[in-house]
Design a protein around this ligand. Structure first.
Ligand code: IPM
Ligand code: MG
Length: 351
């Protein structure tokens, strides 16, 4: 198979981890007889420095013309003035919106050897296998924003159609897993949440009657995620709640550095990125964990290129190196660690 993949390294550790995942994709192409064309483009702070725009038109065009997009991270202290009118994060948000990537899939599993790193009792982590489906192009992130003297306003709005499409996707995924869907909102306070609850109930009852549907308020869900994470299968929620809950869920895995994500729309290329940020404090020091990005590359193969065996080959390679005890500093605890490069070399050797 021939595919075009746009690389958006971004800022901080982004270029290092995207470089590693690209090598892994190249190794997969070689082993399975595919040809992948990689094209690099600018996003985030790097794009602001070069062009003044966090998402230059040339980047958006390259993304639209490719089969899939692999992204590192955006942001850093250099561009973090909250009063600045141009910020790296705007590039990421615009990319999601322009490509119509309304569903963000964030799977969380716990490697048994890493369970002790999580700030949660290890016995509670047995059997954790969660998939958070976060709505990604609506809600308070994209509503009207304004200042009126001493008052600041951020509008949160959702339409029936916006809720339906992401709930349908989450429900389909739940059907292919353990058949349990948990919808998270704040329906005791927010009108948008009452809409989410109503629409989710209707979609599941009429189109996915075999699913077990549960509703949770976001505050109590934040607690349950730590207290009984193994009780959940697929969690679907709005943009802001999903952002918050997935950082929390990331703790269960032992490090945010391990976790991948996929952002999908209806057709068109998806964006694949680790859920961690740009970690400017360790950028360029061979300390970053490349696994979150490498596993994002596996999701890219599975979701955008429909290469499931190839995706599984990457996931198996990552499991094997973790089984063998290789640890980047974020997952080393008090033990010895290896660098970004050595971790990647080990994954490549497995492939
Ligand atoms: C994420 C990040 C982004 C978000 C930021 C960088 C805008 O936190 O992908 O989770 O809030 O969506
Ligand atoms: Mg976030």
């Amino acid at each position: 198979m021939h595919s075009t993949i746009t690389l958006l390294p971004g800022d901080g550790i982004g270029p290092e981890v995207v470089g590693c995942a690209t090598e892994v994709l190249a190794a997969i192409a070689q082993r399975f007889g595919h040809s992948f064309d990689f094209h690099e483009a600018l996003i985030g702070g790097a794009a602001i420095d070069a062009t003044g725009d966090p998402l230059p038109d040339a980047t958006l065009r390259a993304c639209r013309e490719s089969d899939a997009i692999l992204l590192g991270a955006v942001g850093g202290p250099k561009w973090s003035d909250p009063n600045a009118s141009v910020r790296p994060e705007q590039g990421l948000l615009k990319l999601r919106r322009e490509l119509g990537l309304y569903a963000n899939l964030r799977p969380v599993t716990v490697h048994p050897q890493l369970a002790e790193l999580a700030p949660v009792k290890s016995d509670r982590l047995v059997g954790v296998d969660l998939l958070v489906v976060r709505e990604l192009t609506g809600g308070i992130y994209f509503g009207e924003k304004r200042r009126e003297g001493d008052v600041a306003v951020d509008v949160c709005s959702y339409s029936v159609a916006e809720v339906e499409r992401v709930v349908r996707l989450a429900a389909r995924l739940a059907g292919a897993r353990k058949g349990r869907l948990t919808q998270v909102d704040k329906a005791n306070v927010l009108e948008t949440s009452r809409l989410w609850r109503q629409v989710t109930t209707r979609v599941v009852e009429t189109e996915f009657p075999e699913l077990q549907l549960e509703h949770q308020l976001v505050d109590s869900m934040a607690m349950h995620l730590i207290a009984k994470p193994a009780a959940y299968d697929v969690i679907v929620t709005e943009n802001l709640f999903g952002d918050i809950l997935t950082d929390e869920a990331g703790l269960l895995a032992g490090s945010l550095g391990l976790l991948p994500s996929a952002s999908l729309g209806d057709g068109g290329p998806g964006v694949y990125e680790p859920i961690h940020g740009s970690a400017p404090d360790i950028a360029g020091q061979d300390k970053a964990n490349p696994i979150g990005t490498i596993l994002s590359a596996a999701m890219l193969l599975r979701w955008s290129l429909k290469l499931d065996a190839e995706a599984r080959a990457i996931e198996a390679a990552v499991t094997a190196v973790l089984d063998a005890g290789l640890r980047t500093p974020d997952i080393a605890g008090d033990g010895p660690s290896v660098g970004t490069r050595a971790m990647t070399t080990a994954v490549l050797a497995e492939i």
